[in-house]
Every structure is written in structure tokens, then in C-alpha cells.
Design a protein around this ligand. Structure first.
Ligand code: HEC
Length: 142
């Protein structure tokens, strides 16, 4: 990020008179703000989305399985490894480890990512919303 900023500063300083440097600095601040706004997943938003779209089936408390398995500690865990839940054969055979990119793929369209999964959820189409939910899942320890 700082390298990018320095490169931007150099480019501007090479092409603009020195007295424009305040405007340039403001431009860089706006550029950085836009960058962080675009990339930062929002845990609080993810938690909200989770309670709307996932919590009916998934607890986040260790050991509490419901219609779906608990998602406590799900991040970086092998799929279908939570004890006490009857997973589908499809998910057990998937060999997935729930990294951010694996979760992103599954949550976008569970049925096409793991054909035969018994998760009755049509998917979360919005990539930014998936990133928020995944950032929240990452905070859940078991
Ligand atoms: C209507 C119930 C339901 C909803 C809603 C639902 N799930 Fe699921 N979920 C399940 C079931 C059932 C499974 C087990 C799937 C299988 O065994 O194939 C599952 C499995 C999963 C798994 C894999 C767990 C593991 O231990 O391997 C993840 C991750 C997951 N769900 C996340 C979510 C998220 C995040 C949401 C909300 C965006 C969500 N689910 C919405 C029922 C649901």
C-alpha cells in the first residue's frame, strides 16, 4: 500500500507543479479511503447477515447442532468433521477445508459447489456480503 502511495506521489510530483502538492495529498487520502472501503470485510455486517440468513439452522456455540451443524470454529476446519451431526455423503466425500475461498465458493451456490449437499440454502449472490459473512465466521472459535 505504501509503495503504491509513494509511486502515486512520485507520478503526480513529476507531472504537476509543486504548489499542487496539497491537492495531490488530498487525492492520495481519497484514493486510500476508496481502497480500504473496497477491500475491508465488515464483521458486524457479517454477523447481521448471519442472523438473518444462517442462524435459523446454524448455532455458533460449540456442540450445539440444529438443522445444520454448529459453525463454532468452522474456519480452516475440514468439512463434515463436527461430531454429532449427520452430514451428507456428498459433504463428507468433498475433502473441502473451510478456508475463506472454499467458504466463498460454497456460500455462493452450495448445490453446485457440493452436488448432493443437504444444506437447503439457495446461496448468497452478493460477493461483498459473502466476504462479510466469512469475516464473521473467522471470529467464531470452538
Ligand atoms: C435451512 C437450513 C440452513 C441454512 C439457512 C444454512 N445452512 Fe449451512 N448447512 C445446513 C445443513 C443441513 C448443512 C449440512 C450439509 C451437508 O451435510 O451436506 C450445512 C452445512 C454448512 C457448512 C459446512 C459445515 C461443515 O461442518 O462442514 C457451512 C460452512 C455452512 N453450512 C454455512 C452456512 C452459512 C454461512 C449460512 C448462511 C449464509 C448457511 N449455512 C445457511 C443448513 C443450513
Amino acid at each position: 500500500m505504501y509503495q503504491a502511495m509513494n509511486a502515486t506521489m512520485r507520478t503526480y510530483q513529476g507531472t504537476l507543479p509543486m504548489k499542487s502538492s496539497i491537492i495531490v495529498a488530498l487525492g492520495v487520502v481519497a484514493f486510500l479511503a476508496a481502497q480500504s472501503g473496497a477491500s475491508a470485510a465488515d464483521v458486524a455486517k457479517g454477523k447481521e447477515l448471519f442472523s438473518e440468513q444462517c442462524a435459523a439452522c446454524h448455532s455458533v456455540q460449540p456442540g450445539q447442532n440444529g438443522i445444520g451443524p454448529t459453525l463454532a470454529g468452522i474456519y480452516d476446519k475440514p468439512a463434515a468433521s463436527t461430531p454429532g451431526f449427520q452430514f451428507s455423503g456428498a459433504l463428507k466425500a468433498s475433502k473441502i477445508v473451510w478456508t475463506a475461498s472454499a467458504l466463498d465458493k460454497f456460500l455462493e451456490d452450495p448445490q453446485s459447489d457440493v452436488p448432493g449437499t443437504k444444506m437447503p440454502y439457495m446461496g448468497l449472490a452478493n460477493a461483498a456480503e459473502r466476504a462479510d459473512v466469512i469475516a464473521y465466521l473467522e471470529t467464531l472459535s470452538d
